[in-house]
Each structure stands twice: as structure tokens, then as C-alpha cells.
Ligand binder design. Structure first.
Ligand SMILES: Nc1ncnc2c1ncn2[C@@H]1O[C@H](COP(=O)(O)OP(=O)(O)OP(=O)(O)O)[C@@H](O)[C@H]1O
Ligand SMILES: Cc1ncc(CO)c(N)n1
Length: 267
């Protein structure tokens, strides 16, 4: 069985962060492991509190994982402070982690900051260069590149600049556009669009976490990057289109929409 590690924050309401990642990884038939960077108290309406783990404790989690069950891919999500960023960077390098997909989480869907302002620099300098793929949404691409991103051409310019600066592939996600859900990949000096039909739903809590975890699963299975993104977008569209409607705000996705072996459980 292939294995994926998620290094991210816990979302107690189950729609984003570690919980979304583990559900996604399990739905892909891949073995999920987690190193938790923070506990968050949040739900579909917003984030109330964040409690970071200590750098020492994060290091212990990473050591336990890498010295026993080696991950075939690593997804990195919310990491809110510079010390934790440095611990992850050191461990990725020491253990020569494969297939690193980094979602540079800065602000939650509901608008709360999940990356301390003074940690953005550490993330850019220490972590982005170690990633194989980074997956910024439009505001994150804007913050990291310094380019104002409104149009498709802006997404292309920001993707190209970030790929050159950090030496990794860049997927600029278009979920924050009004009418489209198209994402732009820039890799090895070549750009490519992934077109997605926009699904009309307010329940988009955790779309970014889900997409990056699904990409990591496909990479762990040995697929190429473009195929991995294509399949991850298809999985995400299915989880959105399934129509789950929970909570009073921006609700979670139905990560198990494709589970068909109902002989093991029934309603
Ligand atoms: N309404 C939608 N219909 C179809 N695809 C969508 C929709 N919203 C987002 N997506 C897709 O979901 C993926 C995540 O994109 P998005 O820009 O929403 O990430 P994000 O802002 O990081 O997510 P999060 O809300 O978890 O922080 C992208 O592939 C995007 O195209
Ligand atoms: C823990 C966590 N990670 C990421 C996001 C981004 O959606 C969130 N809301 N919570």
C-alpha cells in the first residue's frame, strides 16, 4: 500500500486541515499519516482559536514517521509560525522526503489568518524551495509573487515568476474566480491550464486541502504531475458535486462520495 504523510493543522469540524487530508487519502486507497502543527477551534462559520504545537513535539512526530513508515509523498498545509517551518524544512532535507506538495495556507476560507505575518518570509525562503509542487490560491499567489492577480494572464505571470524564483512546479488555483474553476500549472518552463466546470455551491470549506492531498496520493502511486492534477481535480469536483450540506456557513465536501463497497456498512 502506498503511504502519504500530511503535515498540517487540525480542523475540529472535520472539513479542512488534517481531517480533510486523511479522508481524502483514505478515499484514494492510500495509507494516511499525520504530523500535526496546530490545533484549531473552528467550524463552517469561522476560526475561533489556534494553538500551535511546540517545535520539539513536531520534530518528534516527524522522526517517528520517517524512521518507521516512509511516506511515498508528503503534503504540507497550515504551518503558522517560523520555528515550525524551520523544523519541517530540516526534516524534509534530512530524510530526503519524496513528492513534496506544499499548499501555502495563509488565510482560511472564512477569512482568518492561519499564517502569522512574520512567518511568510520563512515559508518563502525555507520551505518553498524544498517543494516539488506548490499550490497557491489567487490571494496566496498574489502575496508570494507581489503581482496583482485578476485575470488569467495574471495567474500565468504569477505562476511563471514563482516557479522561477523557488525552483518548483506551481499550480495557481482559480477557485476564487467568479465564473471559472481553472487552475494554471507552470513546470519546467512550460505552462498548462486545467479547466474545471464551476460548481455552484457555498460548501467549499477545505477545497484547497483536499486538492493538494489528492495530488499527493496520485504522485505516491507513481503518476506524473499533470495526470495527478487532472485526477485530483476530478475527485474534488465529485466531492463538491455530491451536494453534502452541513453546518451554518461554508460547509465541508463529501470526501467519501466514491466509496462503493457498501457490503461493509449500510445506512
Ligand atoms: N465552486 C467550485 N467548483 C469547482 N471547482 C472549484 C470550486 N471552488 C474551488 N474549486 C477548485 O478547488 C480547488 C481549490 O481551489 P481554491 O482556489 O478554492 O483553493 P483554496 O482557496 O486554497 O481552498 P480553501 O478554501 O481550502 O482555502 C481548485 O482546483 C479549484 O479550481
Ligand atoms: C487547519 C486548517 N488548515 C487549512 C485551512 C484552509 O482551508 C483551514 N481552514 N484549517
Amino acid at each position: 500500500m502506498k503511504t502519504v504523510l500530511t503535515v498540517a493543522g487540525s480542523d475540529c469540524s472535520g472539513g479542512a486541515g488534517i481531517q480533510a487530508d486523511i479522508k481524502t487519502i483514505a478515499a484514494h486507497g492510500v495509507y494516511a499519516m499525520s504530523a500535526i502543527t496546530a490545533l484549531t477551534a473552528q467550524n463552517t462559520t469561522g476560526v475561533r482559536a489556534v494553538m500551535d504545537v511546540t517545535p520539539e513535539f513536531l520534530r518528534q512526530q516527524l522522526d517517528c514517521i520517517f524512521t518507521d513508515i516512509r511516506p511515498d509523498a508528503v503534503k504540507i498545509g497550515m504551518v503558522s509560525n517560523a520555528n515550525l517551518i524551520c523544523v519541517i524544512a530540516d526534516a524534509l532535507r534530512e530524510y530526503d522526503a519524496p513528492n513534496v506538495v506544499l499548499d501555502p495556507v495563509m488565510v482560511s476560507t472564512s477569512g482568518s489568518r492561519l499564517l502569522k505575518e512574520d512567518a511568510q518570509d520563512a515559508m518563502a525562503k525555507r520551505l518553498l524551495p524544498l517543494a516539488d509542487l506548490i499550490t497557491p490560491n489567487i490571494p496566496e499567489a498574489q502575496a508570494l509573487s507581489g503581482i496583482t492577480v485578476n485575470t488569467r494572464e495574471d495567474m500565468e505571470r504569477a505562476g511563471r515568476l514563482l516557479a522561477k524564483r523557488y525552483g518548483c512546479a506551481v499550480l495557481v488555483k482559480g477557485g476564487h474566480q467568479k465564473e471559472e474553476a481553472n487552475d494554471f500549472l507552470f513546470k519546467d518552463k512550460t505552462g498548462r491550464w486545467f479547466y474545471g466546470k464551476r460548481i455552484d455551491s457555498k460548501n467549499t470549506h477545505g477545497t484547497g486541502c483536499t486538492l493538494s492531498s489528492a495530488i499527493a496520493c496520485n504522485l505516491a502511486k507513481g503518476r506524473g504531475l499533470a495526470d495527478s492534477i487532472e485526477m485530483a481535480k476530478r475527485y474534488l469536483a465529485g466531492a463538491l458535486a455530491s451536494g453534502l450540506d452541513l453546518g451554518q456557513g461554508s460547509g465541508p465536501l463529501d470526501h467519501g462520495f466514491a466509496n462503493s463497497q457498501t457490503e461493509f456498512y449500510s445506512d
